[in-house]
Ligand binder design. Structure first.
Ligand code: FES
Length: 207
């Protein structure tokens, strides 16, 4: 929430709270993906960059594909116009999300080979794999594979953000315990963990 909204909620709660109740109630009968896509379009229409980034992240989190987001933007063309479409696309390019890369569009989730399991040491490694970057946590047989993108606003968290078992996103300083993925400070969502398996001596992850 913006500082302005925080201020108005404090200064005029009787005026602002009904507005938030309305927002909560509206769209209740819509499925989460449709709600999220409508929110994305409303942020493009209002040219609210922070809101666009936030609701785009939410749309991906509730299961929208990159193709669905692009189709929603194109379908909203009569409302957002070419300038809105370009504005949103520029932000998408700046966010550099793996699922929006042209070669990734249209692809179904699948298993990816991360590396040979005997080459992954105990501790935390940061590896690139098929257009994505990953944090791998290993403690003997316990293995976790996380997306390096922050669950808040998809910042690509660098290796330098790791101190012992604590990963701190440089953007808004959400902190995560890399051994569990749990968010331990500032935020309220865990790291995105990918399903994994070991096959023929290779670590595979699914996204
Ligand atoms: S993007 Fe906001 S804490 Fe990571």
């Amino acid at each position: 929430m913006s500082d302005a909204i925080d201020y108005l909620l404090q200064a005029r709660p009787e005026a602002m709270q009904p507005y938030f109740s309305f927002l909560k109630q509206s769209g209740k009968k819509l499925d989460p993906k449709t709600r999220a896509l409508i929110s994305v379009i409303s942020k493009v229409h209002g040219r609210t960059e922070r809101g666009f980034r936030q609701y785009l992240t939410r749309a991906l989190r509730v299961g929208c594909s990159a193709d669905e987001v692009l189709d929603a933007l194109l379908a909203a063309f009569p409302m957002i116009g070419l300038s809105g479409l370009i504005w949103a696309t520029d932000i998408l390019l700046d966010m550099d999300l793996p699922e929006f890369k042209p070669e990734a569009l249209g692809s179904e989730p699948q298993w990816h080979t991360v590396g040979r399991i005997d080459e992954i040491d105990d501790g935390v490694s940061r590896l690139a794999c098929d257009n994505r970057e990953l944090f791998i946590y290993r403690n003997g047989d316990v293995i976790k594979v996380y997306d390096s993108r922050c669950p808040h606003q998809v910042t690509n968290i660098p290796q330098l953000a790791l101190s012992d078992c604590t990963l701190t996103c440089p953007k808004h300083e959400w902190q995560f315990d890399i051994s569990t993925g749990e968010c331990i400070a500032k935020g309220n969502r865990p790291l995105t963990e990918f399903e994994h398996k070991i096959e023929d001596g290779r670590l595979l992850a699914y996204w």
